[in-house]
Write a protein that binds this ligand. Structure first.
Ligand code: AQP
Length: 350
């Protein structure tokens, strides 16, 4: 079956949306709108896979869901032309995840590094949901038979698992799929990860070997999209560096993770290559580069923060965007769910 190209991606409403989420994912979401039909989801069901002390409880979850929606729109996603919604409003995500639970293998999930990192040493105490996270993610994407998924580098392994699940479903149910009229026996596409741009893995400002992350205990490790100009400048000023001046060529960034990260952030925000940035700043001290980086960050992020603030002050408007997006997502999801149930052999009301 030739698949219509469609983009799907999601962000968890777990608070502290940061520069990594923005450059690694949201910037690409905005770009993809020009060429594809896009579905952007606030994945609130994923957000509750860790302890309630981590995701903050019901009021916090609702607040964060509206904040991520506001960030999407403030960054330039058009919810009228494309679909913006929250995952829990479309029950197909959970329904398809159940079918996929019976397709995916324990061994596949056992290899997922994100689970290992998040569960840490106390695996016995991790939720089943955290272990099953990548299966729900496969359901999120394949419920819309999405072909392209813009994500940061950290999600690559989960995307590979989504492809494995799609392929195994197509194999396991090949005859049934053909009986439904798809002569090639393909019901789900193998979704392609789009890991693009100069900042697919933005690192912590405190440790250039660790990913910038919402859950890092140190707020100084990340630039939040809602940080004001002074906070951004202060965090960049305090960012860890090394004693050497900036190199003039990219090769000189090797084995200098903090310098590489800051130059990468500058390049991504300025939409220039690292080589160009180094041509301008190479040989200079970090202090003047940091001043320029802080100024650039504020110029790019302040309008987004301002618009987010305006949007979240009207929760009714955000909810109406999510409701409208959910209605449109549900219609697409229903079609896939009906066909999936027929393929598996579940009897349904017609
Ligand atoms: N540091 C990063 N650099 C580039 N891209 C990143 N993404 C996350 N961190 C970076 C991308 O942002 C999208 C949404 O991420 P998410 O909210 O679904 O979850 P996450 O990857 O678990 O984000 P965090 O901030 O790292 O949260 P915690 O601390 O909970 O683990 C994804 O496309 C992701 O690749």
């Amino acid at each position: 079956m030739p698949f219509v190209e469609r983009v799907f991606s999601g962000v968890q409403p777990t608070g502290n949306l940061h520069l990594g989420n923005y450059l690694g994912a949201i910037v690409n979401f905005v770009k993809m709108q020009e060429t594809h039909n896009c579905i952007y989801c606030v994945v609130d069901m994923h957000a509750i896979t860790q302890g309630v002390d981590v995701w903050g409880g019901p009021a916090e979850l609702a607040r964060n869901t509206r904040e991520v929606t506001a960030a999407f729109i403030a960054a330039g996603i058009d919810p009228r032309k494309h679909i913006v919604f929250n995952q829990s409003q479309v029950s197909g995500h959970a329904e398809l995840a159940w079918i996929f639970n019976c397709v995916a293998r324990m061994g596949w999930l056992g290899r997922m590094t994100q689970f290992k990192e998040k569960a840490g040493k106390d695996r016995e105490n991790a939720s089943v949901g955290l272990f099953d996270y990548p299966v729900l993610m496969a359901a999120d994407i394949l419920l819309y038979r999405a072909t392209h998924v813009p994500v940061g580098e950290d999600q690559k392994q989960h995307l590979e698992l989504s492809r494995d699940i799609a392929q195994k479903f197509n194999n396991d149910f090949g005859d049934s799929i053909r009986a439904q009229g798809a002569n090639d026996g393909l019901f789900f596409p193998l979704p392609e990860p789009l890991i693009t741009g100069p900042a697919t893995r933005v690192m912590s400002l405190r440790d250039g070997t660790k990913k910038m992350s919402k859950s890092d205990a140190s707020d100084n490790s990340r630039i939040n999209l809602t940080d004001d100009a002074d906070t951004i400048a202060q965090k960049i000023r305090k960012a860890k560096t090394d004693p050497e001046p900036l190199p003039s060529e990219e090769k000189g960034l090797e084995a200098r993770p903090e310098a590489d990260n800051l130059v990468g952030i500058f390049a991504a925000l300025a939409e220039r290559s690292k080589a160009e940035v180094l041509r301008e700043f190479g040989g200079g001290q970090f202090s003047s580069f940091k001043n320029a980086l802080a100024e650039l960050c504020v110029t790019k992020l302040a309008p987004i923060a301002g618009e987010m603030k305006r949007l979240v002050s009207d929760p009714g408007h955000i909810d109406s965007i999510l409701n409208d997006g959910s209605d449109r997502a549900r219609a697409l999801a229903q079609e896939t769910m009906n066909l999936s149930k027929d393929i598996v052999g579940f009897i349904r009301r017609r």
